[in-house]
Ligand binder design. Structure first.
Ligand code: GTP
Length: 435
């Protein structure tokens, strides 16, 4: 994908409709406007002409870093708002940040960016405020006041971030109370994560559960072929040449993958840079601590499944052999990849079945012992777990139940007085009545 296509995809990701695109070759960057005067005039012509539907152009995105002065000069010349690459990516992160830490990191990056704009251009922008004095001391210029306010806000965010980092473990445990396994999609921007997310959930009525979708549009409940429910979660995309001042914000935004039981690493295998992108993603995931979680061994080896997306763009022979490979056993022992086309839906059933298998391998078996008259408890157990054996005598009902680890946690909360025999086998004993 070219840089231009990537920039267009990024703009679309925040709901902008792109009406003109243009590649400008820079021989010598112009300090005042970055691009040459001829190009400034040409783009100005496009920006000022009304569109076919009568609406005006509202925004020009320059997919490069603009100095504050360049940005202001271009805005003046074109009569519209101008965003540079850093600002565009910040907008995307702002939309996607979900955790508190993510939101704080994005705001911090935003403020730092804004402050640099004020600082570097303030001699140009300087204007004396008119003597009301509620923003700052006497004689303080607007720019100084803005700088001071931004500086205070940055200091506050830094303090909050320290606090968040300190209590991160607590928060994570609280969020982990999600009742189903979480499957997170991660990968480069434009790899097809959103397309796959929609494709996987479109056929499932559960996913249309409005309450859930409104709470968090990037998470959906999904039912796999076995009937097992999982939560599918979309994350912010990786971006090549991420401006360095945005790296912390990006990582914080991606932190949700740490909640995931399974990570689907979505790859555009028709992309020229596919291998480099893969290395990049794995490196960042590793740095985020996906392989060495400090909260216990169970999370340390969560599977990362490679999704080879866009196979419809490959040679038919290669496409077919990848699809055949999808169905070869053993599924999860030595092959953690599935080939699909999110666009055509090919391979999708294989992916769902694969997830079922993988989660099946993580399931635990428990034994639940109930009083013979405990109809409510019995019904609860049947509703939430898979009962594979049942044995009754006069004073007890014994159930052997299989369930995913998060569901096992719910059993633990539901039935008091459980005894854990070992990791694979839990004995649950009922000691009081059910809510
Ligand atoms: P970000 O939201 O920017 O992180 O991107 P994304 O990974 O969510 O990608 P998205 O789903 O927006 O897809 C990017 C582009 O690739 C879109 O134009 C899709 O139509 C296209 N696309 C996605 N999957 C496929 C596929 O299987 N085959 C083909 N040919 N195109 C695909």
């Amino acid at each position: 994908m070219s840089r231009l296509e990537e920039a267009v995809a990024l703009a679309r990701a925040i709901g902008l409709s792109v009406v003109h695109t243009l590649v400008v070759t820079l021989e010598r960057p112009n300090p005042a406007t970055l691009i040459g005067t001829g190009k400034v005039a040409e783009i100005g012509g496009l920006a000022k002409a009304p569109l076919a539907d009568g609406y005006p152009v509202e925004l020009v995105i320059v997919n490069a870093a603009l100095s504050p002065v360049q940005q202001r000069n271009l805005e003046r010349a074109w009569g519209v708002k101008v965003l540079d690459r850093t600002a565009l990516i910040l907008e995307i992160f702002g939309e996607r940040a979900q955790t508190r830490e993510g939101r704080l990191q994005v705001e911090l990056a935003h403020l730092t960016y804004q402050r640099s704009r004020l600082v570097r251009s303030w001699t140009h922008l300087e204007r004396q405020r008119g003597g009301f004095g509620f923003l700052g001391g006497p004689g303080e210029t607007q720019i100084e006041a803005d700088r001071r306010l931004i500086g205070e806000r940055i200091a506050k965010i830094r303090r909050e971030l320290t606090e968040v980092a300190r209590t991160r473990g607590l928060h994570r445990r609280a969020r982990k109370r999600v009742p189903y396994p979480v499957v997170a999609l991660a990968g480069y921007t434009n790899a097809g994560k959103s397309t796959l997310f929609n494709r996987m959930t479109e056929a499932d009525v559960l996913a249309k559960d409005l309450l859930f979708a409104t709470l968090d549009p990037t998470m959906r409940l999904l039912r796999l072929p076995s009937g097992r429910k999982v939560i599918l979660s979309d994350t912010v995309g990786f971006i090549a040449d991420l401006p360095t001042q945005l790296i912390a914000a990006f990582r914080a935004t991606l932190e949700e993958v740490l909640e995931a039981d399974i990570i689907l690493h979505v790859r555009d295998i028709a992309h020229d840079e596919s291998e480099a992108q893969k290395a990049d993603v794995l490196h960042v995931l590793e740095e985020l601590g996906v392989h060495r979680d400090d909260e216990g061994a169970e999370k340390a080896d969560r599977p990362i499944v490679e999704i080879l997306n866009k196979i419809d763009l490959l040679e038919p022979d290669i496409r077919k052999s990848l699809l055949i490979r999808n169905r070869l056993a053993p599924r999860h022992a030595d092959r953690l990849s599935v080939a699909v086309s999110a666009e055509t839906g090919e391979g999708l059933q294989d992916l769902l079945a694969f997830l079922d298998d993988l989660l099946g391998a993580q399931e635990l078996q428990i034994e639940v012992t109930l009083a013979p008259d405990d109809g409510a408890g019995l019904a609860w157990a049947y509703r939430h777990g898979r009962v594979i054996a049942r044995d009754e005598d006069e004073d007890r009902i014994h159930l052997v139940v299989v369930a995913d680890p998060p569901v096992i946690d719910r059993f633990r909360a539901q039935f008091k007085g459980i005894k854990i025999i070992d990791k694979k086998e839990l004995v649950v004993q009922k000691s009081s009545s059910y809510p």
